[in-house]
Design a protein around this ligand. Structure first.
Ligand SMILES: [Ca+2]
Length: 406
């Protein structure tokens, strides 16, 4: 590495100032026997989330994806190997406009992979993406020095080759990093970078080594192309993930949510394309058109018809949207997970609701379960749980048996 750094330093120290470059001649790399092809490639594990290190020569290839950012796996550089043009450039093919889309991020001007405009021409560089793309993130790899040449430059996006189109970004007055991530949010086929020479030094040259223009891969959206949509035959809206048309089978709603995520009463429920509604209704504790919302506003249970405040919990308790369970247990005389069933007897194990009282709203004695309204016809006992007819029949049977024995 020490040898590489030494060579790198040598190259820069011998590089002549631009103003002295002979027009339209390829500058010879006489200061070193090392050719551009010999520049080492640094392979970096994972997505390229940091610009190339100062002590790293040559391009940085990231194993995590096509781009240098964290979203690289789901984003595609649509500028790669597309047609790039400029009003003028220096030194023949060595620094031609296409060098800024050749896939090589080397920022060393003599590395054979940078565009260098002619001097004093209010430089323009343009790439034709071949068709319209929905883009957002753009990364510009400037020459490693002379960052003043990108200051105040503009980026435009257009669908028409005869006009710059819409201004989508202006570089800051002071640029401190030679790798610039910028947002050019829109749809377009042509991306243009211009230097009008309005920076303080009036330098109107462009030195661009690589421009990467990203679109999210089909089926992804969001700031970092890390969210997935499931439209039937179209891409989704870049920011919201909304599908303009139908969803793929098994997905529903304007954001094409999964049918499988609903809480339908039965698993074989149909799935409405527009609102995902379950034709079998929702499972207990769930509500909403597509049964994806928990019961709220103090309700729980089947169709969210049970009221949390009507439970008889021992003290305060959260109210589960499905069961309404009382965490600390029930007050005396009440049973069930949600403490809504009256009970009596030892350990309150007998449910009041199973008695045969004359009226359903009968009281329920906490100790013996007696009905203050008496028993239904055919039932007897303190708690009206014994069948009178059955008892009479049993008595009759016993009498017959005794008579037979006699
Ligand atoms: Ca390049």
């Amino acid at each position: 590495m020490a040898r590489r750094l030494e060579l790198y330093t040598l190259k820069h120290s011998f590089m002549p100032p631009d103003a002295s470059f002979p027009n339209h001649k390829v500058p010879a790399l006489q200061e070193s026997s090392e050719t551009p092809a010999a520049i080492p490639v640094t392979v970096k594990e994972g997505p390229c989330v940091t610009p190339p290190q100062e002590n790293v020569l040559g391009p940085v290839h990231c194993s995590g994806g096509m781009g240098r950012n964290a979203f690289a796996k789901e984003a595609k550089n649509v500028a790669f190997n597309k047609t790039a043009t400029s009003t003028s450039w220096s030194y023949g093919v060595s620094w031609s406009p296409d060098k800024a889309v050749d896939g090589n991020r080397n920022q060393y001007m003599h590395g054979g992979s940078c565009f260098h405009s002619d001097i004093n021409y209010k430089a323009m560089w343009k790439v034709d993406l071949g068709r319209q793309y929905r883009i957002r993130h753009v990364t510009v790899y400037h020459r490693d020095i002379h960052l003043n040449r990108i200051a105040n430059c503009t980026v435009h996006l257009s669908n028409d080759n005869t006009t710059d189109g819409t201004l989508c970004y202006t570089f800051p007055v002071t640029v401190n990093n030679s790798v610039i991530d910028l947002v050019c949010d829109g749809r377009g086929r042509y991306l243009t970078i211009r230097n009008q020479g309005i920076a303080a030094d009036h330098d109107d040259t462009l030195n661009i080594c690589e421009v990467e223009i990203y679109e999210c891969s089909l089926g992804t959206y969001g700031e970092f192309c890390d969210k997935f949509c499931h439209c039937h035959s179209s891409s989704c809206e870049q920011n919201t993930g909304m599908c303009p048309g139908d969803c793929r089978p098994g997905w529903q709603g304007d954001r094409c949510k999964p049918c499988a995520g609903r809480k339908c009463a039965y698993t074989n429920s149909s799935c409405d394309r527009y609102n995902g509604s379950c034709d079998t209704g929702c499972l207990e504790g769930w509500t909403g058109d597509d049964c994806t919302l928990e019961c709220r506003n103090g309700t729980y249970g089947d169709a969210c018809a049970d009221q949390c405040q009507e439970r008889n919990c021992k003290g305060t308790s959260p109210c589960h949207h499905v069961t309404g369970k009382c965490e600390p247990g029930c007050e005396a005389g009440w049973t069930g997970e949600d403490c809504t069933r009256e009970c009596y007897g030892v350990d309150c194990k007998k449910p009041c609701a199973e008695r045969k009282c004359a009226y359903t709203n009968s009281s329920c004695d906490r100790y013996n379960g007696s009905c203050d309204t008496g028993c239904l016809e055919g039932w007897t006992g303190d708690d009206c749980t014994q069948e009178t007819a059955r008892e009479t029949m049993a008595t009759h049977q016993r009498h017959i048996s005794v008579d037979t024995v006699r």
